[in-house]
Design a protein around this ligand. Structure first.
Ligand SMILES: O=C(O)CCC(=O)C(=O)O
Ligand SMILES: [Fe+2]
Length: 292
């Protein structure tokens, strides 16, 4: 039996910060799938980010100013997110963008800031494609352009040594957009009722569109899908490091509303994003961040 693999549509961000899909068909398919590849910009070296994925969980050495390690025990008092030992293979560190400088190594912060700008450019390009008017975007995102929305990184370590659990359980991301950098295949998406492994496109990030986008555009002529995705159980592979990924996420703040266009194209408040998130966590059977 052969397993089908899916190649995602492709895009890049040009020098002026404009999202360019490879073709009109790529643009349309990106909204339909809720996922696409975007080229890593020339000059952006992601290796510091991937190295951090392989060290953040190691015990602290006790050196003053050590920020590469020790994040399991750290506490991250200023963050509402922080470290989580999840029930799947992933152990995860999530930190809001205004805390990167304080908690993360400088080389990692630099990579994340570049990815944040790219993610913002991509978000604006998808707003264009979906027909979301320019003048509504600050309200809808809580000011993503001014970094007053919610932007955070997620750093994932897939503990292949933990058996009988998924890599990362199937889910949609809650916000507008997530840009993912990873070092190995494993990412799968639900497409027309089937789970399909996604083919890696060298030199590209994967972009996911999330629930906030789906809700916003549900009644528009071009609705956006919140892609269902997962990583199946990974097996230890002697001599190669565990799978790593890190992401930059943008969504509404928890003290904001989700918005939706009605069939007449008028923007309406839909539901508090915090209530939406608590409800979603309840349906999926996990506890919502206790500090939010
Ligand atoms: O590691 C991946 O490829 C996906 C990670 C992911 O889905 C997430 O962090 O929400
Ligand atoms: Fe995800």
């Amino acid at each position: 039996m052969t397993t089908d693999t899916l190649t995602l549509p492709a895009a890049e961000v040009d020098e002026a910060g404009t999202l360019r899909f490879a073709s009109q068909a790529d643009a349309e398919q990106s909204l339909t799938l809720g996922a696409f590849n975007v080229a890593v910009p020339d000059g952006l070296d992601v290796s510091a980010g991937l190295a951090f994925c392989r060290s953040f969980y190691e015990p602290a050495t006790g050196h003053p100013g050590e920020r590469h390690r020790g994040h399991r025990e750290h506490g991250h008092a200023a963050s509402k997110l922080g470290y989580e030992d999840r029930p799947d293979q992933v152990e995860q560190l999530q930190l809001e963008s205004f805390l990167w400088q304080e908690y993360l190594p400088d080389d990692v912060t630099a990579v994340l800031r570049w990815m944040r700008q790219l993610t913002l450019d991509v978000l604006y390009g998808v707003f264009d494609t979906a027909g979301v008017p320019e003048g509504d975007r600050d309200l809808i995102t809580g000011g993503a352009r001014q970094d007053t929305g919610l932007c955070y990184t997620t750093v994932n370590h897939y503990r292949a040594g933990l058996s009988d659990r998924a890599g990362i359980v199937e889910h949609s991301d809650s916000g507008f957009i997530t840009t993912i950098c990873t070092d190995k295949p494993g990412y799968e998406i639900l497409h027309e009722g089937r789970w399909l492994p996604v083919r890696e496109r060298p030199g590209h990030f994967t972009v996911n569109l999330g629930d906030a986008f789906r809700v916003l555009t549900r009644k528009l002529p071009r609705p956006v899908t919140a892609v269902y995705h997962r990583v199946p159980e990974l097996r230890p592979d002697a001599g190669t490091p565990d799978r790593s990924s890190f992401t930059v996420y943008m969504g509404p703040r928890y003290d904001m509303s989700l918005y939706q266009y009605d069939t007449g194209g008028r923007l309406r408040e839909y539901q508090s994003f915090r209530d939406f998130s608590v409800e979603k966590a309840g349906k999926l059977g996990y506890a919502f961040h206790s500090r939010v």
